[in-house]
Design a protein around this ligand. Structure first.
Ligand SMILES: *Cc1c(COP(=O)(O)O)cnc(C)c1O
Length: 386
């Protein structure tokens, strides 16, 4: 059988492959310490589940508008105005099947053959694949640990060509946990406006910030940048709702209409009663978000110190998200070999940096309990020492 050529252009998700291998080992009764999770380890807060159950009981089980329930679009617009100082109305919002589909849909709406999309590395592994699936060309710009894995305005400007359409910006970042300061965000926005390109700001980790880190939504700076910004977000990471598949994009009207058209012929509306859970997530107390943050903060401090205490490993202190990105160059191993050997000999799962465009690093997720973290770090130290 001959499959479509686009299938060969993309790679399967390495994150999911290692996680699946770790899960299969666990299922066989093997004692695995997993740092591979890309999702919070907490259950979805009860009041959110209750709201979805009530919606189910009330018969909210039918097709809804493809762009999302009006009440949820309004609640999202309010949230973006209040929390992020982003001047959007409900008409600028599309509710999507997770933050992932908001990005995928955007690429379909915007990108075609010949278009270049600038992506700083290390990157979330789906970005380049989504660009390729839209026939576009990902332009990868490597950042370095010395600069906390941040792209500089000079690097961005140098990467721009007449073919550049879009810059993909992710702060706080997966896989590094890096958070750009408001001044750094403003400096990037200046380049974007001057060079007249678009930016998609993936803000899925905006609520997971440590110490005095501040999140600035790039679209909030002024009207010039807002007209060139698509903001992507969702409930998966902030409210531990990964399986619910509720995310959203906010965009200027013309782009929003294009995304609505694509959505109407692909996923249609997000599961109707799940959207009612999302309304509750936005409109009730945010105490649950704070509780998770407190747990993440403790683990992050512990992990950061423990990994830097292992000879041959080092990582910058992340300001956000729930990942640490450790440099393994001194071990002389490539990231995939390192992770495979670590899993096979010590039953510790981590994600190879090559999946994120950086082969001298590996990603540890600390979305797991302290006991697993302590045991996993101990085994990791033994592994590196050998
Ligand atoms: C988890 C994640 C998303 C979106 O996840 P969904 O489950 O689709 O909402 C988007 N971007 C990054 C960087 C992520 O880590």
């Amino acid at each position: 059988m001959k499959l479509a050529a686009r299938v060969d252009r993309v790679s399967p998700s390495l994150t999911l492959a290692i996680s699946a291998k770790a899960k299969a080992m666990k299922a066989k009764g093997i004692d695995v310490c997993s740092f591979s999770a890309g999702e919070p380890d907490f259950p979805t807060p009860k009041h959110i589940c209750e709201a979805a159950k009530t919606a189910l009981d009330e018969g909210k089980t039918r097709y809804g508008p493809a762009v999302g329930e009006p009440k949820l679009r309004q609640a999202i617009a309010r949230k973006l105005n209040n929390d992020n100082n982003l001047n959007y109305t409900a008409e600028n919002i599309i509710v999507t099947n997770g933050g992932k589909y908001s990005l995928f849909n955007l690429m379909q709406a915007l990108i075609e053959s010949g278009d270049e999309v600038i992506i700083p590395a290390p990157y979330w592994l789906s970005y380049p694949e989504m660009v390729k699936l839209a026939q576009g060309t990902p332009v990868i710009v490597e950042t370095s640990a010395d600069n906390d894995y941040k792209i500089t305005p000079e690097q961005l400007e140098r990467a721009i060509t007449p073919q550049t359409k879009l810059f993909v910006f992710n702060s706080p970042s997966n896989p590094t946990g890096t958070v750009y300061t408001p001044a750094e965000v403003k400096a990037l926005a200046k380049v974007i406006v001057e060079q007249d390109i678009l930016v998609v700001s993936d803000e899925i980790y905006e609520k997971i910030l440590y110490d005095d880190a501040k999140h600035l939504s790039i679209g909030s700076i002024d009207a010039e940048i807002l007209s060139r910004t698509i903001t992507s977000n969702g409930f998966a990471k902030s409210h531990s709702m990964t399986g619910w598949r509720v995310g959203y994009a906010a965009a200027p009207t013309e782009i929003l209409k294009a995304m609505a058209k694509i959505q109407s012929h692909s996923t249609s509306n997000v599961c109707t009663f799940a959207q009612y859970g999302a309304i509750a997530a936005l409109e009730s107390s945010q105490e649950c978000v704070q509780k998770m943050l407190t747990a993440f903060a403790q683990r992050r401090s512990y992990m950061h110190e423990a990994i830097n205490a292992i000879p041959q490993l080092s990582c910058p202190k992340p300001d956000g998200a729930f990942y640490l990105f450790a440099d393994i160059s001194q071990t002389g191993k490539k990231s995939l070999d390192f992770c495979n050997e670590l899993l096979e000999t010590k039953q510790v799962a981590a994600i190879p940096g090559v999946a994120f465009g950086m082969d001298n690093c590996i990603r540890f997720s600390y979305a797991t309990d302290m006991e697993t973290i302590k045991e996993g770090i101990k085994r990791l130290a033994e592994f590196v020492a050998r």
